[in-house]
Write a protein that binds this ligand. Structure first.
Ligand SMILES: CC(C)(COP(=O)(O)OP(=O)(O)OC[C@H]1O[C@@H](n2cnc3c(N)ncnc32)[C@H](O)[C@@H]1OP(=O)(O)O)[C@@H](O)C(=O)NCCC(=O)NCCS
Length: 234
């Protein structure tokens, strides 16, 4: 769970935030908000992974083996720390790799990828007219199903969380999808993103699949991250 400063329900009045379609000048801020939203998940992923029974078992087995071989408590401790460092790297790489790939691919050309794509769209939330960007969301046709769209790149700047903006951005995609005649909206998130999972489920999405990340090998396996696919019939 996101327990940072934005984690609790704010009692402050919702700031004046408007949602509008993306414009080319939004690119820099949109990329930053997306990257920050993903990279902030690393500590939560690490906390979860370092407490997983499989990784705790590995840690005990590794430290025990190091002690059995060297009779040195210091080396046994070091081997435990080395495993924790690998778990951290694994969590970091899971999200940093995803951010790198997204910034290099669709977010490198939001106009071309989302706005010129038939059936796609991208929106930003702004504080006041011409103000700072507070959030982003995109929609793309599902490549495997012409009757479905995918909700992607939902991210809200930490300063604007818990004011209903994530829900409004999601609703923007759902309204767009219905207007375009899509019958289904799907999305992918991860088991670490509890605020996002709660948000989507509160709006009517249901979990249809939990799977291991398709790439990344042993290192990613240590992160214990599960991809969660959710969908909603429209
Ligand atoms: C997930 C995210 C977009 C939510 O944005 P937000 O503007 O704070 O969300 P909202 O204020 O609209 O919250 C809507 C509902 O989501 C759930 N929710 C949101 N944040 C939550 C939190 N920190 N803890 C528990 N539930 C939370 C609640 O059910 C909430 O309804 P409520 O406030 O009436 O209880 C935001 O936390 C974020 O950008 N996270 C990092 C990036 C990310 O995970 N993006 C999703 C990509 S799949």
């Amino acid at each position: 769970m996101d327990e940072g400063p934005a984690g609790g329900r704010s009692s402050a009045a919702a700031p004046g935030l408007a949602i509008r379609p993306y414009r080319p000048g939004d690119s820099g801020q949109a990329r930053r908000i997306f990257a920050a939203g993903m990279l902030e998940l690393v500590p939560a992923a690490f906390r979860r992974a370092s407490r997983s029974p499989a990784n705790l078992g590995l840690l005990l087995a590794g430290s025990g083996a190091a002690y059995a071989l060297t009779a040195s408590p210091a080396l046994a401790g070091l081997s435990g720390l080395a495993l924790l460092a690998l778990v951290y790297l694994s969590c970091r790489e899971a999200y940093a790799g995803y951010v790198r790939e997204s910034l290099r691919e669709d977010l490198a050309d939001i106009e071309g990828r989302y706005l010129r794509e038939p059936g796609g769209g991208f929106w930003v939330a702004l504080e006041g007219v011409g103000g700072r960007l507070a959030g982003t969301v995109g929609a793309l046709p599902d490549p495997g199903d012409p009757t479905a769209c995918q909700l992607v790149r939902l991210s809200v700047d930490r300063r604007y969380r818990r004011h209903g903006l994530g829900a409004r951005l999601t609703q923007t995609v759902l309204d767009f999808a219905r207007a375009r005649g899509y019958r289904r909206c799907s999305l992918q998130t991860s088991n670490v993103q509890e605020p996002a999972l709660r948000l989507y489920q509160s709006l009517g999405f249901r979990l249809v699949l939990s799977s291991r990340p398709p790439i990344g090998g042993l290192l990613i396996h240590l992160s214990k991250i599960r991809l969660c696919t959710l969908e909603m019939r429209l």
